[in-house]
Design a protein around this ligand. Sequence first.
Ligand code: SF4
Length: 343
Amino acid sequence: MGEKKVKALSLMSGGLDSTLATKIIMDMGIEVIAVNFTSPFCTCTSRHKKELGCKNEALKISRQLGVDVRLVPKGRDYIALVRNPKFGYGSAINPCIDCRIFMFRKAKEIMAEVGASFIITGEVLGQRPMSQRRDTIHKIERESGLEGLIIRPLSATHFEPTVFEKEGIVDRNRLLSIEGRSRNIQIRLAEEYNISDYPCPAGGCLLTDKRFAEKLRDYFEHNQDDDDYIRQMEYLKIGRHFRLRNGTKIIIGRDEAENERLILLNRGENYLVESEFPGPVALIFGEKSDENLSFALTALKRFNRKTPENPVYIVSRGTSKEEISHISEFAEELTLYQIGIDR
Ligand code: SF4
């Protein structure tokens, strides 16, 4: 049995569970290749970091474990899936079942390319309400055409043994029976394996965030085309967002870093409202109409306690630039139009 050379493909998030799962299989002398899916919705991706968080972690951990890792971006096809998931959403706009099927299908293709015999994941039965229930785990496995080809080392004894366990290629006695949300066993195991650096222990996904979900729903409602999705998703992560009755979206930066990011993302495409005194900037995704300017300037004043008397604002787009000092206050309460706040 030990003579048979098998390879496994590990779905490596960069978090603790998939790291442990990989380690357990590697310790059986099985060669492991890792695949990491990068997502525009990963909360480990910090805008203050130069490199993308999760991808970075998966690379770092894979390097530590000595496994090759393939990076697969969740791209435009993934955005289409989030727009319209076959199996619906969880508590926010997280299409967890479809998302898992998406990753498993891609993993199946890679499995064939690299000559792996089975897939390993860090899944734990009952850890996540939507995608890690027994019935959904089976559904996901079926839908991705991977029945009998997935081993979950942390939770394996809760499932029927795969052919690889039956044939002794994978030692089932060394697989675990973790179940539920507690992470105590994983943390103890991490100590045993001397794994100390796992900054994103349970993974983080903006799609599970109700405020972000509201902004993304608004985006889907007002944009039918996802060509520019990378930049559009980045906009959703920063600033205060408002949608006016006339359909215009206005974003106000909340701090200097967000102001800079908004200007950078905008590339001169939408109207930018800024001032010569310190304070937030506004982006207007619409016309330079009196209504839109009135809203933007009122918001800029509202969110800047240090606005001087008779402030002057500069409105620019591309090469056009105009100074504005007098505009009537927006008459209604601004938060009525804000997206992604608790009401
Ligand atoms: S939480 Fe996010 S990344 Fe995880 S399965 Fe759900 S949608 Fe996918």
